[in-house]
Design a protein around this ligand. Structure first.
Ligand SMILES: [Zn+2]
Length: 327
């Protein structure tokens, strides 16, 4: 149903990008059988059969343990393993942006800077700081010193957090544009990507988690929703305001906290793939069982940085592939 209703992307295969390949295949659901549906059903079955062949070939490739370079026109979301925190790298052609920068300078120096350098990223069009919590912005000054940044994006009126003040001061000192965003704003990142700000609304909520910048990224037939640390109140407001659109990929809010990922929110987003960014054996017990149960009950396949290391999702706008740093 997703395919016809949403032109949704397929999940083609899940692979580790080190070690042997453990592929899995998921397909979108099929439309109901009926006279009117038959030609479309036949076409879908043909397409599904083709995809199975493609996935099988990938699994059998002798060099499949190596991660292929990003192809032209391929969008990548990389949830970097920064322990308890968030750092999401997005790349498409020559465009790159980072959404949050991990918890501290040490982690940024060990887990973000070297990985971006290895990937050949030397400029970030946007550095988005979803909200003023240390686990999201602690590494931002390090990132800003190491890479050219086009625009720092934030939503926070309250600049009492010392790192947020440092970042904005640093941006001013080196002449980087700073932009405060609200619902309805759009970021011009790549000409083929619609990148819209869904949260916070105006006026912004008092709770700093609920003030997180939420981004909806649409690329061809695929979509991703990046949620910072929003919790149930912001989720309910997003649902009530009818700004949410379905997304194939959900960056799970607030590290999989039980106070986020409500059933109503997941009904509206309807993700196929859910990525949790959390530290191994973290003090908050993230992600919580209740959130994981709700995600799976909504049909999402969950990938966790605390278990898998960095999680990478690539799409040509139609087919999704997931690569895991470790099994
Ligand atoms: Zn957080």
């Amino acid at each position: 149903m997703r395919l016809t209703a949403r032109c949704s992307a397929f999940v083609r295969a899940v692979r580790r990008w080190t070690g042997s390949v453990g592929g899995r295949l998921r397909q979108a659901g099929l439309p109901p059988v009926g006279p009117a549906a038959r030609p479309r059903l036949a076409a879908l079955l043909l397409l599904a059969a083709l995809l199975i062949v493609v996935a099988s070939v990938i699994r059998a490739r002798p060099d499949a343990t190596a991660l292929p370079p990003l192809a032209a026109g391929e969008l990548e979301l990389r949830a970097l393993d920064v322990g308890q925190g968030d750092a999401l790298l997005l790349r498409l052609d020559d465009a790159a942006m980072l959404v949050d920068a991990g918890p501290d300078a040490r982690t940024a120096g060990a887990a973000i800077v070297p990985q971006l350098r290895r990937l050949g990223v030397d400029r970030l069009d946007y550095l988005v700081l979803t909200h003023a919590d240390g686990d999201h912005i602690g590494g931002a000054p390090t990132v800003m010193r190491e890479f050219a940044v086009g625009t720092v994006v934030h939503a926070d009126d309250d600049l009492s957090h010392p790192v947020m003040r440092d970042v904005l001061t640093l941006a001013r000192d080196v002449g980087v544009e700073v932009r405060q965003v609200r619902r309805g704003d759009a970021l011009a990142w790549h000409p083929q990507v619609d990148l819209s700000v869904l949260n916070p609304p105006e006026p912004a909520p008092n709770d700093d988690n609920d003030r997180s910048v939420v981004l909806h990224l649409a690329y061809r037939a695929s979509a991703m929703l990046l949620t910072g640390d929003i919790e149930a109140t912001a989720e309910a407001e997003l649902v009530a305001s009818r700004v949410l659109q379905p997304a194939d990929v959900l960056k799970v809010p607030h590290h999989g906290s039980n106070s986020s990922s409500t059933a109503e929110f997941l009904d509206a987003v309807d993700p196929q793939i859910a990525v949790v960014s959390a530290g191994r054996d973290n003090a908050f017990d993230h992600p919580r069982d209740g959130a994981l149960r709700r995600l799976r009950a909504h049909g999402a396949e969950v990938f966790r940085t605390d278990l898998a290391g960095s999680v990478m999702i690539r799409t040509d706008g139609r087919i999704l592939q997931v690569f895991l740093e470790r099994a």
